[in-house]
Design a protein around this ligand. Structure first.
Ligand SMILES: *Cc1c(COP(=O)(O)O)cnc(C)c1O
Length: 369
């Protein structure tokens, strides 16, 4: 038996007829960029999430960049974000000319709210709350900090589509939220795609303008924008997947439940913690493991693929060496980056596969203690 890290081909085969039908219709209508499929997807996604506007864009990275740009984040501004997240979060801030200000993470792998206030200065404009691995950050507390300090709250839900906190969906707490639909995400396109959601009419209009050369109607360029649109084919795929996402997220939670049960007595690893009142969507199932690389190698020899998210926390990347980072401000990230290991998880992983992964982990430590 072999356990891939993700199984996109299996997932797509389960909806292949619907996908093929929609491709046929798009090819017949030549609706490749923007168009009916995109408008339908934007309406469906906004209504499922419970927000006023959804703006489809070319990727999650583009969603972040376009958002910060249209929020007016620019040179001299600072944006607070977690140390342990995907590179694009800091990249988008830097690309706007602003400074990414990193904060260490908490025991749930999300931004540590107790360390945020120390990082707020007169230049701070926004907080980027990333809901990592499929679980809410301490979003109510972050919301309070933003309100108290007059900061914009941006949520990054790229790993947490339709996850919630106290029954409120992530992406509805801030003024604006971004989503990635990179193929491996809980809802993924067949290529790059992303979107931005907001209840703010003015912001939504500017986001729509910016993603399409500053124009809403052909050749009426109102602002300097960019080309970062959502393709018709990707929108069609996302429209189909939107019907299944709740079931797929539930299947991920069931698989996570197997891991929790099968690995509960394995003292050489630490299982992920689920925050109270949080509905986790397990984009990733991340454990902390002693002898991480040896374990990864052992699993690999047994045809089990794993990942590391992320091997170097953002503050320690050479590209940010100009920021005068003090390692002692990031004790958790510093420790975790040597321990984190993402186990295989996807909607159609079965009990036998989870059992095999768990057995092999236990077997590894029985030989290495
Ligand atoms: C994947 C991801 C992104 C970037 O999305 P792309 O679609 O790959 O550009 C941004 N933020 C987070 C947290 C992500 O996981």
């Amino acid at each position: 038996m072999n356990v891939p890290f993700n199984d996109l081909s299996g997932l797509h085969l389960s909806i292949i007829n619907e996908l093929m039908d929609s491709f046929k219709s798009i090819i017949e209508n030549s609706a490749f960029v923007g168009g009916k499929q995109v408008e339908e997807f934007e309406a469906n996604f906004a209504s499922k999430l419970g927000v006023k506007h959804c703006i489809g864009v070319g990727s999650g990275t583009a969603a972040l960049f376009v958002t910060f740009k249209m929020l007016g984040i620019s040179s001299g501004d600072e944006v607070i974000l977690p140390a342990n997240t995907f590179f694009a979060c800091a990249e988008a801030i830097s690309l706007c000319g602003a400074v990414p200000v990193f904060v260490d993470n908490d025991e749930y792998y999300n931004i540590d709210v107790n360390r945020i206030s120390n990082k707020i200065t007169a230049n701070t404009k926004a907080i980027l709350a990333v809901h990592l691995y499929g679980q809410a950050s301490n979003i109510v507390e972050i919301q309070r900090i933003c309100n108290d300090n007059n900061l914009i709250l941006v949520e990054d839900c790229s790993q947490s589509h339709f996850a919630s906190y106290r029954d409120k969906k992530l992406g509805t707490f801030g003024q604006v939220a971004v989503f990635s639909f990179y193929p491996g995400k809980n809802i993924g396109a067949l290529g790059d795609a992303g979107c931005i959601v907001t209840d703010n009419d003015d912001l939504a209009l500017n986001l729509r303008l910016f993603r399409n050369h500053g124009e809403y109607r052909k050749s009426k360029h109102q602002i300097i924008g960019f080309n970062s649109r959502l393709d018709g084919v990707q929108a069609a795929v996302l429209n189909i997947k939107l019907k299944y996402i709740d079931v797929w997220n539930e299947k991920r939670r069931i698989a996570a439940g197997y891991y929790f049960e099968l690995l509960k007595n394995c003292s050489s690893i630490e299982l992920p913690k689920v925050m109270q009142f949080s509905t986790h969507t397990f984009h990733l199932f991340v454990i902390k493991a002693d002898k991480r690389y040896e374990l990864q190698e052992y699993l690999s020899k047994n045809n089990i693929s794993t990942g590391i998210h992320y091997p170097i926390a953002l503050p320690f990347l050479p590209v940010f060496s100009n920021l005068n980072i003090l390692p002692e401000e990031f004790p958790m990230s510093l420790k975790n980056q040597d321990l984190l290991l993402s186990l295989p998880i996807y909607p159609n992983i079965n009990f036998e596969q989870v059992k095999l992964v768990s057995d092999k982990i236990i077997e590894f430590y029985s030989q290495h203690n």
